[in-house]
Design a protein around this ligand. Structure first.
Ligand code: ATP
Length: 695
């Protein structure tokens, strides 16, 4: 008897020592691994269990999950191990709830259970040999979050003494487990925060939709192991939800349903969208539950085909304003993180959309601005066209009358008077300006080719037609066709041209189908077409068709006031292209230019200026080489219509212009003219020359 008491005492002492050691070691526990080690080595000294597990209740107290599992447990060798430790179990499974309700540890004789229908973890341990288990729901601050489960292969292992030991270490174990969990949660929050910080940095750099897509899919896949199903944005009407971004790869197998759902008009008041938009937090849609309630059957059917149990959704929101919705396909997401992500995505999308609007607005302004500039340039100013005298004013007036319409224009005038220049200006001022004006030089082509040039031909239409060719008429569809030197067009081609102008359709040579075209014609000639008609070289019907809106360009000799400005214009142009710095022409040269009759008109003047600029060694060109004129080209030196004082006035203005208005002193206009400065002053006054004339 005494012996027994001694043995008992010794046993008690051993257990006390074991508990003391356990409790000392428990204080130092930092993580799950430490805790497992303490239980496995320390607790085993006091209780002879074969395996241990700890579980934890989820945040919403719906399921319990593995918290600690013993990597050396025999159950590891069984196929169901991974499933057993990764499955959340419902709290009302008949084992957990029994243990959780009890203050004391609960002993289960595993042989009494219907193993077939027991939870996976139970089956697993049973298969590994366990026959008895002891569960202690550990006391927690507000709820018993953690539980300790000990297994033994032998029944009777968990006697009163074992129960007593568990009771004694329960609160310490609970504290250790709670600390670990709290620590882990802090760490998780920290890593969530740092992730969100990284994400926010990534997303701050996002300017376009594709960038955003990349940033989102990266974040979702790495952190939440999910992908974005669909982001929809609320349109300006405040009702329509338009698809904005989605991951098409998710829907490969269900494209038919996806197309149907994405293409129909969704609105903010539809069941799921309304729920998402009304909720401050991301929501979890339990598909089975919603199906039972009969909500939005088409979405439910779609999600079910994707094999999902849950869908997560959140509102895109900046401040109080809803911008749209986001849906994620996943069975299990970290809601906190999702919320953080959605907040950032919302800001990014709102910025991108604002940016897009600004860009669109900017583009619109640019287009308008271009159009305005174009209008100013062509209709009111025609800045490439020099000439301010009444003859050219009349030309501009006619141009601005006709430009906007699709009317045929006939440009008449001697060679080099600027007919092509005017044709281009009319096209640029017309609504067809966005397309290229197509030009055909009717004089440059042999009669045999002109038809093919104008109307095109099919492959093999005639010898040499190795490829199909699109004619200029077709090319000019929706644009302008400039028929230069129309007077030179062979009669045969004139017939065909007339047909196209009448029918507004053509056939390629060798072709069988007719092609409709919408072409605006501007024709030009330096011939007198009426005379050509009389001589039978030009068809009268074609002439009447072309002569709808004739514009006659005056020869240069009839607008001598334009000679000086044109000279300056070309000097500037060739200075730019040749890098020279010619400032102008000497008064004598100007005089010669004005006296010359310019049979080649502006083109001739242009070539002359080009030559002179290239040959000049001085800033002022003092000599030019005008061609010797045939007697019939000769003209009086000054046109009789001009008075002496008019000639004098033009001349003084030109000199003042060259000397930038400097009258007296070295390099002054008076010295150049070889008259006293006072005389020049009084002439300026008398001839009513103002600064505006030479600046
Ligand atoms: N008013 C003008 N202002 C500036 N440059 C002009 C002017 N008129 C003609 N030019 C220039 O003169 C040259 C000849 O003009 P363009 O080719 O338009 O004449 P055209 O009447 O079509 O000649 P052609 O009958 O020989 O085909 C071009 O380089 C053109 O830019």
């Amino acid at each position: 008897m005494r012996m027994l008491r001694n043995e008992e005492l010794a046993e008690k002492e051993r257990i006390n020592d074991a508990l003391l050691e356990l409790s000392n070691r428990m204080v130092k526990v930092r993580d799950r691994k430490d805790l497992l080690h303490v239980i496995n080595s320390g607790l085993r000294k006091a209780i002879n269990f074969t395996a241990c597990v700890m579980t934890i209740l989820d945040e919403v107290h719906q399921t319990y999950n593995a918290f600690l599992t013993d990597p050396e447990s025999k159950s590891r060798d069984y196929a169901a191990y991974n499933e057993a430790i990764s499955t959340p179990y419902p709290v009302g499974d008949g084992i957990y709830d029994v243990a959780a309700r009890s203050e004391e540890p609960v002993l289960f004789d595993m042989r009494n259970f219907d193993v077939e229908n027991a939870p996976v973890w139970f089956k697993l341990h049973y298969a590994a040999g366990a026959r008895e288990m002891l569960i202690k729901a550990l006391p927690g601050e507000d709820v018993r979050r953690h539980s300790l489960i000990l297994f033994s292969d032998e029944t009777g292992t968990f006697d009163d003494c074992a129960v007593h030991i568990i009771e004694r270490i329960a609160s310490q174990l609970s504290t250790a487990a709670s600390n670990i969990t709290a620590n882990e949660e802090i760490l998780n929050r920290e890593s969530e925060k740092s992730f969100l910080l990284d994400f926010s940095q990534n997303i701050a750099a996002v300017r376009t939709k594709p960038d955003l897509e990349a940033a989102i899919s990266d974040a979702l896949e790495h952190l939440l192991s999910t992908r974005l199903a669909m982001i929809r944005v609320i349109e300006d009407d405040g009702v329509t939800l338009t698809p904005y971004l989605w991951d098409i790869s998710l829907f490969a197998g269900v494209m038919d349903m996806f197309d149907q759902l994405a293409n129909r008009r969704a609105t903010v008041d539809e069941y799921f969208f309304a729920q998402v938009l009304a909720s401050k937090e991301p929501i979890v849609i339990d598909i089975a539950e919603e199906e039972r309630k009969g909500n939005s059957p088409n979405y439910i059917a779609f999600w079910k085909r994707l094999g999902l149990k849950n869908v997560y959704a959140a509102a895109l929101r900046v401040g109080q304003e809803n911008l749209g919705t986001m849906f994620f396909l996943s069975d299990n997401l970290n809601l906190n993180l999702l919320k953080g992500l959605c907040a950032q995505i919302s800001i990014a999308i709102s910025n991108i959309r604002a940016n897009e609007k600004i860009l669109a607005y900017k583009q619109l302004l640019e287009i308008e601005n271009d159009q305005l500039k174009e209008q100013i340039r062509t209709i009111y100013n025609f800045s490439e066209i020099v000439g301010s005298g009444p003859e050219m004013q009349e030309v501009y007036h006619l141009m601005s009358l006709v430009a906007d319409s699709a009317s045929t224009v006939l440009l008449l005038g001697e060679t080099g008077t600027g007919k092509e220049l005017i044709a281009r200006a009319i096209h640029s001022a017309s609504p067809r300006r966005d397309k290229l004006m197509i030009k055909v030089n009717c004089a440059a082509l042999p009669a045999s080719l002109i038809e093919s040039e104008l109307f095109g031909h099919e492959k093999g239409a005639f010898t040499g037609a190795v490829e199909r060719r699109i004619g200029k008429f077709e090319l000019a569809d929706q644009s302008t066709l400039f028929l230069d030197e129309i007077g030179e067009m062979p009669l045969e081609a004139q017939v065909k041209l007339l047909r196209v102008l009448q029918e507004k359709e053509l056939e390629r040579i060798g072709g069988k189908t007719t092609i409709k075209v919408d072409v605006r014609i501007i024709a030009a000639t330096n011939r007198n077409l009426e005379e050509e008609v009389r001589a039978g070289r030009f068809r009268s019907d074609l002439y009447y068709r072309l002569n709808v809106f004739p514009i006659v360009l005056p020869p240069l000799r009839n607008r001598r006031d334009d000679i000086v400005p044109l000279t300056h214009f070309f000097v500037d142009r060739y200075n730019k292209t040749s890098g020279r710095k010619v400032t102008g022409f000497s008064p004598r040269v100007i005089q010669e230019l004005q006296a010359y009759p310019w049979p080649g008109n502006v083109r001739e003047l242009e070539h002359l200026v080009e030559r002179s600029v290239l040959l000049s060694e001085d800033a002022i060109i003092r000599e030019i080489h005008l061609p010797k004129l045939r007697p019939e080209e000769k003209m009086p030196v000054a046109p009789l219509s001009r008075t002496l004082s008019e000639v004098e006035r033009t001349y003084i203005i030109e000199v003042l212009r060259q000397f930038q208005g400097k009258i007296s002193g070295m390099d002054g206009a008076a010295e150049f003219l070889d008259i006293p400065a006072t005389t020049l002053h009084s002439k300026i006054k008398k001839l009513k020359i103002s600064k505006a004339d030479y600046f």
